[in-house]
Design a protein around this ligand. Sequence first.
Ligand code: NAI
Length: 310
Amino acid sequence: AKDPVRVLVTGAAGQIGYALVPMIARGVMLGADQALILHMLDIPPAAEALNGVKMELVDAAFPLLKGVVATTDVVEACTGVNIAVMVGGFPRKEGMERKDVMAKNVSIYKAQASALEQHAAPNCKVLVVANPANTNALILKEFAPSIPAKNITCLTRLDHNRALGQISERLNVQVFDVKNAIIWGNHSSTQYPDVNHATVLTPAGEKPVRELVTDDEWLNGGFITTVQQRGAAIIKARKLSSALSAASSACDHIRDWVLGTPEGTWVSMGVYSDGSYNVPAGLIYSFPVVCSGGEWSIVQGKAEHPRTRF
Ligand code: NAI
């Protein structure tokens, strides 16, 4: 059997955390043959709730789960972790200026960056989910210079999956048969969901989405705004944020990064820019990527509409 992998989830007492930790413990993230030890971090006001989540993890008797560390100590949380999913953070609240949120997150992500840098396993892979996700990932990268930049990513897979979902609903096809959408840019309403290279597997073979969806007005308008504003639509409907789909997409992100993307398929990941597509080098930006051997690489030559909004 493989040695257990240590997976950290920060903000684990929150909504996404509650949806995410059972998925991880079931093997959705790393595969059904990978044992794991879950590390869960939250802040002292949430310590009791965090302990409740730990109790439920024990009660669920997950066969793959070899241990649970539930703590409010960032060093203990980060020690020896192979994968870190950063869900905790300070969200923007009503009446708060952007710079106030930014200042709070700089101090949180600075502390977590140095704890990961000093105590995580070598080659630890980091996924930032907490908003502003691209910025938090950038802060983490700046304050953990000894972690390779390629190991620090942010989640835009939820937006990617939302794009696939919209196409599948529109065409009344299985979402599994839709692939190769691209989310360019930030996990925010300025992102550009791009279906110009997306395809659908039909009984007659693989067809471009642009050929199957003849309503260009929808593809260039309603489709894009629906994907961009889906998070807000779910908050409106549920009175809570999109925790289930965020958790599932976080598992997809790590699974594909670690185990590889299928042949002929790319996914969207927020990664540091090497200057591809004229995106300034060093920014954390969502690109189409393929993964193999635990490494992502940016798919080149897919921008019919180069983005200029930085
Ligand atoms: P939540 O408020 O239910 O949970 C956040 C948890 O983080 C809380 O338990 C809180 O105590 C904890 N926390 C706060 N500061 C912390 C710190 N310094 N260290 C450790 N834990 C800390 O929020 P929810 O719904 O779980 O969302 C979490 C984040 O994910 C938010 O920032 C949200 O905007 C973001 N998000 C990102 C998505 C994406 O696609 N990238 C999609 C949906 C949400």
